[in-house]
Design a protein around this ligand. Structure first.
Ligand code: HEM
Length: 133
């Protein structure tokens, strides 16, 4: 790439909000019914309490914000949104498998996938707490 051409943000490379919202839509539909996640009664309760549309809105907004889009994330911090759910490492692994399945479905290219996953992984210490084993 020449020096004059600034690198495109991950947000731009993924196709902006219309593409990202489509990916989030598929992903949230997947995780909300995943028995490996809903076997945690706290997650199951929350998955049935929050509206899918609102959940998708917040996850889309956060995703866009985290990867260089113009959006401002207006939701809670990752710690505040998840500490009460006592999410385990096994549940985290299931969540990441669901994410892979969604990326496969939309043929998200490997470099973009890896960048996105690195951002998600950076939130793990706030979501999977040591007390949850
Ligand atoms: C095993 C992993 C995860 C599970 C089971 C999970 C589940 C949930 C549930 C059930 C809620 C609703 C909580 C409530 O209102 O009581 C929630 C909120 C949320 N989650 Fe997750 N989550 C996981 C990981 C992540 C990750 C990695 C991200 C993004 C990096 C994320 C982003 C969000 C956002 C943006 C909200 C909404 C926050 C708000 O209401 O203000 N989650 N999650």
């Amino acid at each position: 790439m020449s020096e004059q051409m600034p690198a495109k943000s991950l947000y731009e490379r993924l196709g902006g909000v219309y593409s990202i919202a489509t990916v989030v839509d598929d992903f949230i539909d997947r995780i909300m019914v995943d028995p490996r996640l809903n076997s945690n009664p706290l997650v199951d309760e929350a998955h049935h309490r929050v509206s899918p549309a609102g959940f998708k809105y917040l996850v889309t907004e956060m995703s866009c914000w985290a990867i260089g889009g113009p959006q401002q994330y207006s939701g809670r911090s990752m710690y505040d949104a998840h500490a009460h759910l006592k999410i385990t490492r096994e549940e985290w692994a299931a969540f990441m498998e669901d994410l892979d399945a969604t990326f496969d479905k939309f043929n998200v290219p490997q470099p973009e996938r890896a960048e996105f996953i690195a951002i998600i992984e950076s939130t793990k210490p706030d979501i999977v707490l040591p007390t949850a084993s």
